[in-house]
Design a protein around this ligand. Structure first.
Ligand code: HGY
Ligand code: MN
Ligand code: MN
Length: 407
């Protein structure tokens, strides 16, 4: 027994066309019109598969297939929002493989003891509204609903208003409910599986993540007549912080990764000394303690750079998720399913955050990885071969069946 490869491939293409970029990537930011069209497409497929569809207060979408007994469901899911000029596999592949699993259970008229459900989490990427994984964070009780509702995008639009605008401000409480297991299939977004010629990664956990935002206040002035000795250039301070953050990753070494991905400059013109700048700092490491070591070094780098340039600043470490191990029983079920699917597989850790990170805080959780070509992701080049996707989807099917109990 296995999934319908051609049907899954068609679904990947069909959903991938909603928000497709001219270079074949995907821009489908959370709660935009493209996200609405993607959500509507999935809801239509859920209904065709006979699922009972509900939407909660954070716009998370659930499609439930009844089980023989009123037991906690096996949840499968991920997200359908993307980063700007991202790829067609990050997030949506997990949703579509979950849908394909349910379609296959229907085709084979398989009944399960536990209900099986498909879930789509809102704004996983944190590209439009911060932080990432905000909706699973509310469900896990780690982020207050009001704080999530008040998150604003760069145009000042509140998350709750954007939810309402696209018609996905649901009434179901966004709270933790018992579930038998949460399974998320996702692309690895790194090079390991491809380098080792493996089709499936049995994910044992997710790294610790810290996000910070830095606002720098210098003195805007004319680029010409202002002598160097009296300048307070916010962008020069930012540049020293960026180089300093890279230096911290080099100094601590190991598996620590540090990224400054977002930078704004004002007034951002040729002939004015930047009076203001903001930047983001993303730190990750498999050991939570390493982030405890790195953050004070970030504070010092910022303090020194701003003292040298005579620039004021605000530094906020506003989001933190600890290293998250997955439930041994779910990892073992995924391992068995990968072997049964015939896939060559290995245990692996996730360097990317996922909704599974918050779901693991409220119930037994596990993930299945499939390879990323060249290890690339969050870019239009993102790609995973169908052979590997088929192995991954069959692993999801078999793991879900084992955990839901086949009648
Ligand atoms: O940030 C992450 O790792 C994920 O892509 N949201
Ligand atoms: Mn993702
Ligand atoms: Mn992502």
């Amino acid at each position: 027994m296995g999934i319908d490869r051609k049907r899954l491939e068609r679904s990947i293409d069909d959903l991938g066309r909603i928000g497709e970029t001219p270079r074949g990537g995907l821009t489908r930011l959370a709660l935009t019109d493209e996200d609405k069209r993607g959500r509507d497409w999935i809801v239509a497929r859920m209904r065709e598969a006979g699922l009972r569809v509900t939407v909660d207060q954070m716009g998370n979408i659930f499609g439930e297939r009844p089980g023989a007994e009123p037991l906690p469901p096996v949840l499968m899911g991920s997200h359908v929002d993307s980063v700007p000029t991202g790829g067609k596999y990050d997030g949506q592949l997990g949703v579509l493989c979950g849908l394909e699993t349910i379609r296959t259970l229907n085709d084979q008229r398989i009944r399960t003891r536990h209900p099986v459900a498909l879930v789509i989490f809102t704004n996983e990427e944190g590209a439009r509204f911060q932080p990432a994984m905000i909706a699973s964070g509310v469900m896990a009780g780690k982020i207050a609903l009001e704080d999530a509702y008040g998150a604003r995008d760069t145009d000042g639009v509140r998350l709750v208003d954007a939810l309402e605008r696209i018609g996905y401000l649901g009434s179901e409480p966004c709270v933790a409910r018992p579930f038998r297991a949460y399974l998320e299939l996702h692309i690895e977004q790194g090079p390991i599986l491809e380098e080792e010629g493996l089709a499936v990664g049995v994910v044992e956990g997710i790294v610790a993540i810290s996000w910070s935002r830095l606002s720098l206040h210098g003195v805007q002035d004319h680029a010409g007549p202002t002598p160097m000795r009296i300048r307070h250039d916010a962008l020069v301070a930012a540049a020293e912080v960026i180089a300093g953050v890279r230096g911290i990753a080099r100094e601590i070494g190991g598996n620590l990764v540090a990224t400054v991905g977002h930078l704004t400059v004002r007034p951002n013109i040729v002939n004015a000394i930047p009076g203001a700048a903001t930047l983001s700092i993303d730190l990750r490491d498999p050991r939570t303690e390493t982030l405890d070591r790195a953050l004070p070094l970030v504070d010092r780098v910022v303090r020194d750079a701003c003292a040298r340039e005579g620039v004021r600043y605000e530094l906020e470490h506003y989001w933190r998720v600890p290293f998250t191990p997955f439930a041994a029983e779910v990892v073992a079920a995924v391992d068995r399913a990968a072997r049964a699917s015939g896939a060559r597989s290995r245990r692996i850790l996730s360097g990317a955050g996922h909704d599974a990170q918050y779901m693991a805080a409220i119930g037994p959780t596990g993930m299945i990885f499939v390879p990323s070509r060249g290890g690339r992701s969050h870019c239009e080049e993102e790609f995973t071969p169908m052979d590997d996707i088929e192995y991954g989807a069959n692993t999801l099917l078999l793991a879900a069946l084992e955990l839901a109990g086949r009648m």
